[in-house]
Design a protein around this ligand. Structure first.
Ligand code: HSE
Length: 424
């Protein structure tokens, strides 16, 4: 059986998990998959990680040339994350004819076409199953399991950190800042949590997945993005009373032939399967025109779950006789403004604090009417000369709603528009 040399760039959480899976399952993969994978080189500067995993230090260095110049290394798995040096290193190994397997969603979302051009030049493959939803095989589902469909929409919880925070806020009645602090203490959230809580991580994943769904490049600048840092426990509580669960959703869909792509908090009806996805789990709801609804669920992060997707890509790559490339133009030149929706429609939950005086409600209703925004229901509570108004708004265009909210915010009688949350 042909031996296939593997190199790992980095031995952090996912790199370590991948090393453990590859070594523990070496014989099993040989027997069941018919490929003999041998780890030949590892790039890592932290020797404590090398020792902790029992790696032979003779195969460890910090010099990418040791991979580029080794003819027996055929597949390189990258775990550095971020753009540089990952981008330069991967372009060098791809041009040298070594296939790349990566979990690096930011790199693929931003530099997919550069990486693919280098892969074509070297006759190598580029695989990134682990970049989206960790261990959940969503990319293989889209590319190998849905060929008989036009995908109409993808909607997912792609970020475990934010789902953990929102679940804890809902289940324990806690405020965002307190849960975030605890999540950081426990190591579930990064010291700088912006990539997760501001929706960047979900946006990168949505860029990759919606491009694969709609066979057109969906660059990150075409994705609306809003994070969870302004969510209050009060809104989560009100949502519960209406039968909704709050989630950070990533949504890609075709509306009248145009792509709509957005990441934002949304109230999901409790009976929808995504509402039941709790804690740090990820899930994804895909609709194909022939298959109908598909839902995938699982761990979107972690050493072994993400390592599972990396190993799956390594085995898949090792078995290819010819690498397949992206079937559409995934470069900036392939992006046409007219393929993307400029406005989108949604139902809304709007909460505001106003002066408890005669005529205030009529004024606010007048502004909504001026912009064609129709109120579905209203709840009011008043105390100490102030009233809290909670509107549920019928489906309306985002632009109209925003104009109405801006004008309402400028009224003297309005203390604040406290929350505007989309309802799915
Ligand atoms: N930070 C991500 C999450 C995992 O919380 O889901 C990697 O994308």
């Amino acid at each position: 059986m042909k031996k296939i040399g593997i190199a790992l760039m980095g031995l952090g959480t996912v790199g370590g998990g991948t090393y453990r899976i590859l070594t523990a399952n070496k014989d099993y993969i040989r027997k069941v998959q018919g490929v003999d994978l041998e780890i030949m080189h590892i790039l890592e500067r932290d020797m404590t990680k090398v020792e902790a995993l029992g790696v032979d230090p003779a195969i460890v260095s910090t010099d990418v040339a040791n991979i580029v110049n080794n003819k027996d290394i055929k597949i390189v798995a990258e775990f550095f994350g971020g753009i540089e040096p990952a981008r330069s290193f991967l372009i060098a190994v791809l041009k040298a004819g070594k296939s790349v397997v990566t979990a690096n969603k930011e790199l693929v979302a931003k530099h997919w076409s550069d990486l693919e051009a280098a892969a074509k030049e070297g006759g190598a493959g580029l695989y990134f199953e682990a970049s989206c939803m960790g261990g959940v095989p969503v990319i293989r589902t889209l590319t190998e399991g849905m060929q008989g469909n036009h995908v109409q929409s993808i909607m997912g919880i792609f970020n475990g950190t934010t789902n953990y925070i929102l679940t804890k806020m809902a289940d324990e009645g806690l405020e965002y800042a307190d849960v975030l602090k605890e999540a950081q203490r426990l190591g579930y959230a990064e010291a700088n949590p912006s990539a997760d809580v501001d929706g960047f991580d979900s946006m990168y994943k949505l860029s990759i997945l919606s491009s694969l769904c709609f066979h057109k490049r969906v660059p990150i600048d075409k994705i609306y993005r809003e994070g969870i840092s302004k969510i209050s426990k009060q809104d989560i509580e009100f949502g519960k009373q209406f039968g909704f669960t709050l989630k950070l959703l990533a949504i890609g869909k075709l509306v009248d032939g145009k792509i709509e792509a957005r990441v934002h908090p949304a109230f999901v009806p409790d009976e929808h399967p995504l509402a039941g996805v709790k804690g740090s789990f990820n899930a994804c709801f895909i609709v194909g025109d022939n298959v109908g609804d598909i839902m995938l669920y699982g761990r979107g992060a972690g050493d072994l779950p993400t390592g599972s997707a990396i190993v799956s890509d390594i085995v898949y790559c090792a078995k290819q006789t010819e690498h397949r490339y992206c079937p559409f133009d995934n470069s900036a030149a392939g992006v046409r403004d007219e393929d993307f929706a400029a406005n989108f429609e949604s139902e809304y939950y709007v909460r505001m604090t106003v002066a408890d005086k005669s005529g205030v409600l009529a004024k606010i209703a007048g502004v909504f009417a001026k912009y064609g925004v129709s109120i579905n229901s209203l709840q009011q509570t008043a105390e100490d000369g102030k009233a809290s108004l909670l509107f549920m708004i019928h489906k309306t265009g985002e632009n109209n709603l925003n104009q109405a909210i801006a004008e309402i915010n400028s009224l003297n009688e309005v203390v604040a528009v406290d929350a505007v949350i989309r309802v799915m």
